[in-house]
Design a binder for this molecule. Structure first.
Ligand SMILES: Cc1cc2nc3c(=O)[nH]c(=O)nc-3n(C[C@H](O)[C@H](O)[C@H](O)COP(=O)(O)OP(=O)(O)OC[C@H]3O[C@@H](n4cnc5c(N)ncnc54)[C@H](O)[C@@H]3O)c2cc1C
Length: 367
């Protein structure tokens, strides 16, 4: 027999979990179930990124990326206090080795247009100091950019959601989906069984699988492709205390191979940008040489022999029927796809981690 619930969320990455947490907090009487096909939450993009809380400086003004990055950043700071989630606002340099680099100035102007707080050009004294480690002529510094302990965030959000009566089923994969009598009938498989959940509302927060899942509802007006990003460990550790980014690609498909910091203070380099057909997290040693070209053009004192494979993540890229790339996040309601009570998050690439609390508000406000 079907189990009946009010809301079923597919996907236990940060977007699905944040939606679950906020729904239960704002509408405590609703029965909310989240299913995740992996054994652990956050095993895909959410656990395979730079863990950077972005300030919102890159994105087209008033795009969803801009609006939700700024609001999401603000909300993470409150959540960090409320749930005791570690955040380190270490700050970030964006550097160039050109003098009077118009690309750097464009970024600075974009940041100002986006109302990004605490961003400034780095003075010449500081540039001289940075020259010890970097090929640098100019830089801007974003004081509000930092890192978040996403593993801890997932744990705390999950705990609160479950304490509020929400249900999370890990190792449960949605394998089929249909609409009958205005209800979503979702077939779910775990190791031993197949079960059916009937829900009034369905939320597709399945990240890399989101386009495939909407096809089960006969929505085939969008396609997707993937772009892999590799990360490298570096030893001995250069001990950079701040995030260091190059000028990004012009179309912002990639923010560029940067140095990140984790909560143990270790640096790593990444992510690269490489189109791929499948969700395959294997890494090839050949990427070290490719990435070294970019790393060694910005970072001094880094030898190729200091680099080794760490992990990789995959970005979901959405295209429309004409093959045009959708550059912004997509949040669709029935207004777009004409299916009542179905909500979908598509193309949630960077800065999706930062934006997640605010993206979840979109769902809560629309229900
Ligand atoms: C290389 C890289 C670097 C990034 N760096 C940053 C950064 O520094 N800062 C930032 O803000 N953002 C960053 N991002 C973006 C950020 O990681 C993502 O936007 C965010 O994690 C997306 O979360 P999600 O919940 O949408 O997707 P995911 O984390 O992928 O979660 C989707 C979940 O759905 C599950 N699922 C799929 N199909 C099914 C099914 N049939 N049944 C049940 N469950 C299913 C999957 O197993 C998965 O766990 C980066 C992304 C990448 C790839």
């Amino acid at each position: 027999m079907d189990t009946e619930v009010d809301i079923l969320i597919i996907g236990g990455g940060i977007v699905g979990l944040m939606c679950a947490y906020k729904l239960k907090k704002n509408r405590p009487k609703l029965e909310v179930v989240l299913i995740e096909k992996e054994q652990y939450l956050g095993d895909h993009s959410t656990g395979r990124n730079s863990c950077v809380l972005h300030s919102g400086l890159y994105y087209a003004t008033n795009s969803l990326k801009h609006i939700h990055c700024i609001e999401g950043h603000k909300q993470w700071l409150s959540l960090s206090k409320e749930l005791d989630i570690p955040i380190n606002l270490c700050g970030k340099y964006i550097i160039t080795n050109k003098v009077n680099d118009s690309e750097l100035d464009k970024l600075y102007q974009q940041a100002i247009a986006n109302n990004v707080k605490d961003i400034h050009y780095v003075d010449s004294k500081k540039i001289a100091l940075l020259k010890q480690d970097l090929y640098i002529e100019e830089a801007i510094f974003s004081k509000n950019t930092g890192i978040i302990d996403i593993g801890d965030a997932l744990k705390k959000l999950r705990y609160r959601f479950e304490a509020d009566g929400g249900i999370i089923l890990t190792s449960h994969q949605m394998i089929d989906l249909e609409i009958k009598s205005k209800h979503f009938k979702t077939t779910i498989k775990n190791k031993d069984n197949t079960l059916k959940i009937s829900s009034q509302v369905l939320v597709n927060a399945s990240g890399l699988e989101a386009i495939n899942i909407r096809k089960k509802l006969n929505l085939d007006d969008m396609g997707n492709y993937y772009a892999k990003g590799n990360y490298l460990k570096v030893s001995p550790d250069p001990k950079y205390k701040k995030l260091i980014y190059p000028i990004p690609d012009k179309d912002l498909s990639n923010l560029g191979i940067h140095s990140t910091i984790d909560f143990e203070g270790r640096n790593r380099f990444g992510p690269s940008y490489q189109l791929c057909d499948d969700i395959d997290y294997s890494m090839k040693n050949s990427c070290i040489e490719e990435m070294f070209k970019s790393i060694s053009s910005n970072f001094k004192n880094i030898e190729m022999s200091m680099l080794s494979l760490d992990y990789c993540g995959i970005r979901p890229k959405v295209v429309d029927q004409n093959g045009l790339i959708k550059k912004d996040f997509i949040f669709n309601t029935e207004e777009f796809h004409k299916i009542d009570n179905y909500y979908e998050f598509l193309g949630i690439e960077s800065p999706g981690l930062t934006a997640a609390p605010s993206l979840a508000d979109l769902l809560v406000q629309n229900l």
